[in-house]
Design a protein around this ligand. Structure first.
Ligand SMILES: [Zn+2]
Length: 234
């Protein structure tokens, strides 16, 4: 789960506005630098089926997927996205949207709001007691509020929240860390780093995720997870 801290004063907002203008220029260069890199062919990959029930445009969604892919590429992981709802755009998408297999094929659902969690909660992942799980949800209204408060592009926020929740699924239980993208609570500092492409997984987290995906490809010891008996990753 990731949530935002919103104790933002008017003074801080003005300062953030000035900062965000500078950051907006910086992100254009940093994005180009990231995309210039090519992962080796043997890089582990994960497929994410995306169910967009939030009504956000496909443009924002695809930009967010690019942002999220960049975060995982920094960890040496390639992400294949399959957009399942409202339109199936990938060849063979119908089959891909029905299937899930831990840890190589996960599902991400974007909805407007949570019916039971606090408004500041941006996303949640569902893990079984053995630390496996294939499903994560994102709550877009919280991202919209952050956008209005910080002026950070919603696709950048959405992409990083998606990476955080997918990170939970790949890392297992107790996967929050005091810094980086797996911090439980995000404030202006996390959003500024996200805007610069610097909110990333730690080396240790990257290693754990790539190892889990490589083991799975090599024959795997993890069973498929279902959506039952769920507990929320805090
Ligand atoms: Zn979390």
């Amino acid at each position: 789960m990731v949530s935002s801290t919103r104790e933002v004063s008017a003074v801080n907002l003005k300062k953030m506005l000035r900062i965000s203008i500078k950051l907006g220029l910086f992100i254009a260069f940093s994005s180009a630098a990231v995309w210039a890199k090519n992962l080796p062919q043997e890089s582990p990959s994960v497929t994410i089926s995306v169910f967009n029930d939030s009504g956000i445009s496909s443009e924002i969604l695809k930009e967010a997927e690019k942002v999220s892919s960049q975060v995982f590429e920094e960890s040496g992981i390639h992400v294949d996205w399959v957009n399942c709802f409202p339109a199936e755009e990938a060849p063979g998408g119908e089959v891909a949207c029905r299937q899930a297999a831990f840890p190589q094929h996960l599902h991400l659902r974007i909805v407007r709001r949570s019916l039971s969690l606090k408004d500041s909660t941006l996303g949640i992942s569902y893990l079984l007691s053995d630390g496996t799980g294939c499903q994560a949800d994102i709550f877009y209204e919280g991202i919209e509020k952050l956008r209005h408060e910080t002026f950070v592009d919603p696709a950048i926020i959405l992409g990083h929240v998606a990476a955080h929740e997918i990170g939970h699924l790949l890392l297992g239980n107790n996967s929050h860390s005091p810094w980086g993208i797996m911090r439980a609570h995000w404030n202006l500092g996390e959003l500024a780093r996200a805007n610069k492409g610097l909110l990333l997984f730690t080396k240790s987290q990257s290693h754990r995720m790539t190892e889990k995906l490589c083991v799975a490809v090599a024959g795997g010891k993890w069973p498929s997870a279902s959506g039952t008996e769920l507990s929320a990753a805090e």
